[in-house]
Design a protein around this ligand. Sequence first.
Ligand code: ZN
Length: 332
Amino acid sequence: MSVVEETTLSRLGRRARHGLRLATTPSLWREQIEYLRHGPSPSAAPPPTTAFPSSPWRPIPPGTGSYCNLCGWEGGAFGGPRHVEFQLCPRCGSSARDRFSFFCFTARTPRTRWLRVIETSPRLGDAYRAAMAHWFTYTATDYDQSSHRGTVRLDLQDIDLPTGSVDVLLTAHVLEHVPHTGRALDGIARTLAPGGRMYLQVPVQDGATIEPPAPEFHQDNTKVFWRFGFDLADRLRRHGFTTAVLVTEPMVDAVRTGDPTALGGDGSEWDLPAMLAAAKGAGLVSVLDQADAERLGLWHSYQFATFECRAAAGSRRDEAAVRVRRAWRRIR
Ligand SMILES: [Zn+2]
């Protein structure tokens, strides 16, 4: 018998003893029902930091103050200017766009146990990553292992992951640094499980996608190959994704009326008339009204867009196979 088989068998034995204990201890039953419905219970495996709550699936609580949907912080105001890259949470450091991405993901993805989540170059550090690993089967990846180091190196143009192995891909402000967009999207489509999702953020400041007229680098010195516009939505659809552009309510209203003045802000970094014209056919979906957006520190609607890309749902047989594989991974 090999070492691997012994390890698997001993794990199975441990699981069986644990299961027997749960089945014969009535005081644990309620907790187990919650676990089966919503994933790990608060007492099953506490996250290593108390800065994050035990579950990611939480509605925005009633109230009027600022609220961080990542760590659950509530208070007077986020830090810094009312800008997509700022409004930092005093507890977890999340920026406005971090919170919008996380909101889109958790509000739109059906609650599923053992969700396999991959995030490219997460901006936030160890406490956030530990919380994500507590909530999901989570892997942080990075391309050059420089500014936002991940645990796995991943090149979006040449994804070294098994077909259908990812339930949710979170990728924010990475695709604009990839020269061959089409190759990356083909790889992502292959890697997502049937019905899997990508929540994609890129800076959208123009109407149509262009190459930067002059060499452009973001703060961490990575080159920008593309300045995307709302035409990215059609491109994503051509790669087989069911795509919705998730925004906050004022943006949908402004696209309908064609009036950028209703959006507020100075908008100097954004070409608002071109954006509104291009957004008309892009398939915008409002996911937050302005009051809730402001609670999350998302002040200017035109600064926030998340492309939701869903892979084609599989047959019932595919879905069952995915569930069996997940369960097997859990047992091992
Ligand atoms: Zn926070």
